[in-house]
Design a protein around this ligand. Structure first.
Ligand SMILES: C[S@@+](CC[C@H](N)C(=O)[O-])C[C@H]1O[C@@H](n2cnc3c(N)ncnc32)[C@H](O)[C@@H]1O
Length: 256
């Protein structure tokens, strides 16, 4: 899935919703940051977490934002422009340019599930963390990222088309085993499920419905079916029975 141009713009708006703020807060708390630390934000997107990390580690610390997308890196640079302890790396998580044991902590929100060779990324994360360093990562249980439209068959079709964009659709289930295989200890998973029952134009659900329609059309669902599905959601919202549910999972572990 590419995050250049329009997709990146929608993603950055989603990061600023109440739900986006909530998962950054959970990640932040899990890292137990102290001043002077060196922290990597893997797949930093528009830099919302990166900015807070940089402020927290203070002038003697360093926050590095890594993302392969030039658009995302440029947006993150703009957001962090007044901070002089932020650095950027336009790279993939599967091949990091940092020396072994560079970072005290690594954060990564909704990134690992998009990386086909997620094991290569986890090996790199373990390599560049100091022994005892903390990883806090959020991935979504995509089977449960669901709208509840009134026409079940169409709703399921839309859902299947959307899920196809993601390499690892149920990654949180596999994370504890994968982390142990890569030498992490103490893996813990905390589900952070939420429900939206409003479709206002800055709600997570409304932004997500735009992504759904984009992917459905790309996967060959007829334009008129996609349009009907969207109208059904609007109608459900008017009648007070609209629902969108997501279950992001925070996974934490310690590097050995
Ligand atoms: C859903 S966005 C999340 C961005 C940010 N972490 C946030 O929570 O706002 C996923 C990000 O992962 C990045 N990404 C995709 N493949 C990647 C890879 N192989 N290595 C690192 N980041 C990657 C994308 O460019 C995009 O910015």
């Amino acid at each position: 899935m590419g995050f250049d141009s329009g997709m990146g713009t929608v993603q950055r708006r989603m990061a600023q919703t109440q739900e986006g703020v909530g998962r950054r807060k959970a990640t932040f708390e899990a890292l137990c940051i102290t001043a002077g630390q060196h922290i990597l934000d893997l797949g930093c997107g528009g830099g919302h977490l990166l900015r807070d990390l940089a402020l927290s580690v203070g002038p003697k610390g360093r926050a590095v934002g890594l993302d392969p997308s030039e658009h995302q890196i440029n947006a993150a640079k703009e957001l962090c422009k007044e901070l002089d302890n932020v650095e950027f790396s336009q790279d993939s998580a599967t091949e990091l340019s940092f020396a072994d044991g560079t970072f005290h902590c690594i954060a990564s929100i909704q990134v690992l599930e998009y990386i086909p060779d997620v094991d290569a990324a986890l090996a790199e994360v373990q390599r560049v963390l100091k022994a005892g360093g903390r990883l806090a990562t959020v991935s979504v249980l995509w089977d449960h990222w669901r709208f509840h439209g009134p026409e079940p068959k169409l709703n399921d079709q839309m859902h299947e088309a959307f899920k196809a964009h993601c390499s690892h659709q149920m990654l949180p289930l596999e994370m504890p085993t994968k982390l142990a295989q890569h030498g992490f200890v103490g893996a813990q998973c905390i589900p952070m499920g939420f429900m939206n029952n409003s479709l206002h134009h800055n709600s997570f659900a409304w932004l997500a419905s735009g992504l759904f329609t984009h992917f459905a059309e790309k996967q060959g669902i007829a334009k008129e079916d996609v349009q009907r599905w969207r109208e059904q959601l609007d109608q459900s919202a008017k009648e007070g029975r609209f629902g969108f549910v997501s279950v992001p999972v925070l996974t934490t572990a310690i590097a050995s």
